[in-house]
Design a protein around this ligand. Structure first.
Ligand SMILES: [Fe+2]
Ligand SMILES: [Fe+2]
Length: 154
């Protein structure tokens, strides 16, 4: 199903609503992080803040690419579309990275298990679990890329 004009307008509105919401959430986190004296709490809030800043920047780019108001360079490009002569090499690299990330996921999982006994005395386990979530994200991105490259190579 090809998107029509109405769809573009709806999505552009949704993106700018998210930019507004994220800006609010970001400001609240920044406020709390700045006024919290406890280093452990502040550290956790800063881990979230890093993500929220990235979300905010990404939603701004999404908004810009849906409305065409900001410079093309800041918006989101179209899906991967490499030159045909680079396809095979890129696909091979993508598959290799997928393997690496899957090994990483397994390694992090067992490390998190080992850290279980100390999970009230340190934040190590939490941080390793967060990296597991990031690795899931990397796998998701690489699977998208692989699927796309496979489709182009057909
Ligand atoms: Fe967010
Ligand atoms: Fe990774």
């Amino acid at each position: 199903m090809a998107p029509n004009d109405e769809w573009w307008v709806t999505i552009a509105h949704a993106f700018s609503a998210h930019v507004r919401d994220e800006r609010y959430v970001l400001a609240r986190y920044e406020e709390l992080a700045a006024t919290t004296a406890d280093p452990g709490t502040r550290f956790l809030l800063e881990v979230i803040l890093e993500d929220e800043r990235r979300h905010h920047a990404l939603f701004e780019r999404l908004g810009a690419s849906a409305t065409g108001t900001t410079a093309q360079a800041s918006a989101v490009p179209g899906p991967p579309d490499p030159e045909p002569e680079h396809l095979a090499e890129l696909l091979e690299q993508t598959r290799r990275f997928l393997e690496i990330e899957r090994d990483d996921a397994a390694g992090l999982k067992s490390l998190a298990r080992e850290l279980k006994p100390g999970s009230q005395e340190t934040m190590w386990r939490l941080l390793v679990e967060i990296m597991e979530l990031d690795t899931e994200k990397h796998i998701r991105i690489l699977e998208f890329l692989r699927h796309r490259l496979e489709h182009l190579g057909r």
